[in-house]
Write a protein that binds this ligand. Structure first.
Ligand code: MG
Length: 244
């Protein structure tokens, strides 16, 4: 068992970093109760307060480490946790749609000539849906399905630039802008390379981003599974937001 003299070497990161708990970019504090082990009061931050239970003793450090000699004590600590304002935020998006006959195939706002298209409540733009989720994820907001439910008639047949515009509005409202975005579309056929420039132009306009900040990749699925059999289309996106 570690001695108190070495406890500082084992102490976890500052509580404010290890216990981030808010889902909002607003700097609203939240309370967290965490299991703790006893340590001298000098280890407490000014923003934390210890409370003894019937068996506990004052002075704690948190993070699940067995430090000190009184590990049987049941001391709890209440800490004020604030989400840090980060200069950058990263988000990931994924989306997949079934491909069915006699439906339009719209990717990045471009109508791609094909013998089948996306089955969806909206226009089924897999790339835009994916980007929306990446931005919302970076902001710590609910996902696209929560903001625009597919059982809401309001969004029936909706063009997906509506969702993009709302995601970008929320991004700007939170004080962020696009740093860069990298997307990979998985589609067995047709080839997307002839349409990449038009797709990128649409995205740059909607995202208020420079062309150098947007990268669109496309690949097949090697004829494997529904993607490879051209029965579905999928997309992955990673986005980096930066403080405006
Ligand atoms: Mg979708």
């Amino acid at each position: 068992m570690a001695s108190l003299a070495n406890a500082h070497l084992l102490a976890p990161p500052p509580l404010a970093l290890s216990l981030e708990g808010t889902q909002s970019l607003n700097l609203q504090s939240t309370r967290a109760r965490v299991p703790c082990h006893p340590l001298p009061s000098s280890f407490l931050t000014s923003s934390s307060r210890s409370r003894r239970s019937a068996h506990g003793r004052p002075g704690v450090v948190c993070g699940g480490l067995a430090i000190g000699e009184e590990t049987s004590a049941t001391v709890a600590v209440e800490v004020e946790v604030k989400a840090p304002v980060l200069p950058f935020r990263v988000g990931h998006g994924f989306d997949l749609h079934r491909l069915e006959s006699n439906l339009p195939l719209i990717i990045g706002g471009v109508n791609i000539p094909h013998d089948r298209g996306c089955e969806a409540h909206s226009d089924g733009d897999v790339l835009m849906h994916c980007i929306v989720d990446a931005i919302l994820g970076a902001l710590g907001l609910p996902d696209i399905g929560q903001l625009f439910p597919d059982n809401d008639p309001k969004w029936k047949g909706s063009a997906s630039h509506v969702f993009m515009t709302e995601a970008v509005r929320r991004m700007h409202e939170a004080g962020y802008t696009i740093g860069n975005l990298d997307a990979t579309i998985i589609l067995q056929r047709p080839k997307l390379s002839p349409h990449k420039a038009a797709i990128k132009a649409n995205l740059c306009e909607l995202l208020k981003a420079a062309p150098e900040a947007i990268n669109i990749k496309a690949k097949t699925h090697e004829k494997v599974d529904s993607l490879g059999e051209n029965r579905s289309v999928a997309c992955h996106t990673v986005v980096l937001l930066m403080r405006a």
